[in-house]
Design a binder for this molecule. Structure first.
Ligand SMILES: [Zn+2]
Length: 139
């Protein structure tokens, strides 16, 4: 099996251990004091729910009703062999882009060869840079 992000380091605790440690420890930073905080008043975290024995399948699990697989050429802003970039909206924000692998991976199962591409692709997307011969944010 090729290396993945999950295989690079072990998971230090079980979901139950994490829940016990974190359920009463969730705190918010004083975001209402930040100059860039766009809302008035504070916010608070939701109560952490305990881990489930059996989670319901996520939408797209196993490729069934998968949003990414249903995207066509007119939905894609950019793509290569391993990745695709799309925009979603309207969201109320100027632009929301989704960068996703073409194959089905979670971040912990992302193959190392794709994982090393992720950071530069995110940086290129955020800076409006270019990948290969195509600008990331052409119009
Ligand atoms: Zn899919």
């Amino acid at each position: 099996m090729p290396p993945t992000l999950a295989s690079a380091r072990g998971v230090p605790e079980t979901p139950e251990q994490f829940y016990e440690r974190a359920k009463n420890a969730l705190r918010m930073p004083p975001v209402e004091e930040w100059e860039t905080f766009p809302f008035e008043g504070g916010i608070r975290p939701s109560a952490l729910q305990p881990p489930l024995n059996d989670e319901k399948p996520r939408r797209g699990e196993g490729g069934v009703d998968c949003y990414a697989c249903t995207k066509g050429p007119y939905d894609l802003i950019w793509q290569d062999e391993g990745w695709q970039l799309t925009a979603v909206g309207p969201t109320g924000l100027p632009l929301v882009l989704i960068l996703e692998p073409k194959d089905h991976y979670d971040i912990e199962t992302l193959p190392a060869e794709l994982a090393v591409e992720l950071g530069p692709l995110i940086a290129s997307t955020c800076t409006g840079g270019s990948w290969g011969d195509r600008p990331a944010c052409d119009s």
